[in-house]
Design a protein around this ligand. Structure first.
Ligand code: URA
Length: 188
């Protein structure tokens, strides 16, 4: 792993910015290639992630891996808005998101991706626009601090509601064509 990212992870291990650090099993800091051109950002660890310390390894993660065919974890970096599991998979509270945002900000600086894909509403409201409406604005590109950002439905939402999947396939095609345009080496 990249030295700067490893150091940051070490600092994050001791974070006491909110109470989630006390109830989690493992820190779920991030996974994948710290030099990736494409970064995926989810919401927060679920049960399996909390046990294994790796993002998106539960049911939602399996679906994400299927959706991201041709874009395996060695070609992207994956992180979450909050690094510790909220009890009973509740949404992370605004103060927990705020307390954790310093870590994601630094991860984004280290990876320095051209493209950020927000997985679900929580990531989109944190990174793109606090009033982001996932039903209306998924699949649209936004420029945020010089990076191309787009949100898709969270894989857990696609597990719950399969009627959202066709729109998500359209969004994934859009992501693929933007990656081919901006950084074709990702697919080489
Ligand atoms: N859902 C998320 O948002 N992140 C994970 O790491 C796992 C499930």
């Amino acid at each position: 792993m990249d030295k700067a990212m490893e150091e940051l992870r070490g600092q994050c291990l001791g974070c006491e910015g909110c109470i989630l650090g006390k109830t989690r099993t493992k820190l779920v800091f991030g996974d994948g290639n710290p030099n990736a051109k494409v970064m995926l950002v989810g919401e927060g660890p679920g049960e399996q992630e909390d046990l294994q310390g790796i993002p998106f390894v539960g049911r939602a993660g399996m679906l994400l891996d299927d959706m991201m065919i041709d874009l395996d974890r060695s070609r992207v970096y994956i992180a979450n808005i909050v690094k510790c599991r909220p009890p009973h998979n509740r949404d992370p509270l605004p103060e927990e998101r705020d307390a954790c945002s310093q870590w994601l900000k630094k991860q984004i600086e280290i990876v320095d991706p051209l493209i950020i894909i927000c997985l679900g509403r929580i990531a989109a409201t944190s990174l793109i626009d606090e009033d982001f409406r996932i039903t209306r604005q998924h699949g649209q590109w936004f420029d945020v601090d010089g990076r191309r950002c787009l949100a898709i439905y969270h894989p857990s939402a696609l597990l719950r509601d399969v009627s959202k999947r066709p729109e998500t396939f359209t969004d994934l095609r859009e992501i693929r064509s933007e990656i081919r345009r901006l950084c074709p080496e990702v697919y080489e």
